[in-house]
Design a protein around this ligand. Structure first.
Ligand code: AMP
Ligand code: FE
Ligand code: FE
Ligand code: ZN
Length: 290
């Protein structure tokens, strides 16, 4: 395919298999309408979105990569706050160990949600797990769904407020979730023939004496293959910095919007807040690496 007309890519998209609001077939239709040249559906701890997209059929107008976003613990020698997530691309969707491991993560989420609801009840909010399940329909439940229902019920003005006041880490209705060790997350992605990439590095902070480069060295040793340098929250300087670090350590550069449909209404697929663009060459480099 010829993408000399500078069509963009989006390698970070959530479907309603996790906390996106679009069905995989709707994501495919939108990617086609937006004339994107490559996409990946990267749901939290599940590959059901990718599987469904493939079953629906990928149009010949763009390229599709299997994807996942795994919440992991940072390496044990690092203390981080924020969201430490690993993206996986282009793996075999039938890989047994990958599927089994993701299943345990989904069960952990299932156990966590009633605990969040109990804490909200203790805070005086009238909300039940059944209401959340009915509200979400298909797919696995995450905090954004609970936040969204809290808005719907008039408990808070916005999803962000729900996180800031109640659901975010350290807040009164926060429940920690079981996470994979990052070495394990990298291992299962690589084991399934995939390419592991460090997601949105600006969304976590490394504490004290260690820095981002120290982390990259350790992760590369564990099998990391790339850094998500292009991300709507990254300033120009940050993007350039992550690109420079990726080049220095021989890692791939990737990018995507973290599209969540109406759960992140200000982020558009492929275009972020409007002027976001990820070049097609990054997709080519990624597939040429496997
Ligand atoms: P969970 O998977 O249940 O731990 O929820 C994590 C997800 O919540 C992230 O991937 C984001 O999609 C979303 N999220 C985290 N923090 C916020 C926030 N402050 N405002 C809105 N959404 C958030
Ligand atoms: Fe999310
Ligand atoms: Fe993430
Ligand atoms: Zn994401």
């Amino acid at each position: 395919m010829d993408y000399s007309d500078n069509r963009g890519i989006d390698l970070h998209i959530h479907s309603n298999a996790s906390d996106g609001t679009f069905y995989p077939n709707e994501i495919i239709a939108l990617a086609k309408k937006l004339r994107l040249s490559a996409i990946a559906i990267t749901d939290h701890d599940t590959i059901d979105g990718s599987k469904e997209a493939i079953e629906t059929g990928i149009p010949s107008e763009f390229n599709f990569l299997t994807g996942v976003e795994i919440s992991a613990d940072p390496p044990s020698s690092f203390s981080c706050s924020g969201s430490f997530h690993l993206l996986g691309y282009s793996f075999s969707i039938d890989d047994h160990i990958l599927n089994e491991t993701l299943y345990t993560l989904q069960m952990a989420r299932k156990n966590r949600n009633p605990k969040i609801i109990e804490l909200l009840n203790n805070l005086g909010f009238d909300i039940t797990i059944k209401e959340v399940i009915d509200f979400v329909g298909e797919g696995q439940i995450g905090r954004p769904h609970i936040a969204s229902l809290m808005v719907e019920k008039g408990f808070v003005e916005s999803i962000n407020k729900a996180f800031d006041k109640y659901l975010g880490r350290g807040k009164p209705a926060y429940v920690d979730k079981y996470r994979l060790e990052c070495s394990k997350a990298l291992e299962i992605i690589v084991g399934a023939g995939g390419v592991p990439v460090l997601a949105h590095p600006s969304l976590f902070t490394i504490r004290e004496e260690k820095n981002f480069e120290d982390l990259v060295v350790v992760l590369k040793d564990m099998g990391l293959k790339g850094i998500e340098a292009y991300y709507p929250e990254h300033s120009k300087d940050k993007t350039s910095y992550y690109i420079e670090i990726a080049r220095k350590y021989g890692l791939l550069i990737t990018g995507g919007t973290d599209f969540h449909g109406s759960l992140k209404p200000d982020i558009g697929m492929g275009s972020g807040r409007g002027n976001f663009h990820v070049p097609y060459s990054l997709y080519e480099n990624l597939i040429n690496s496997v």
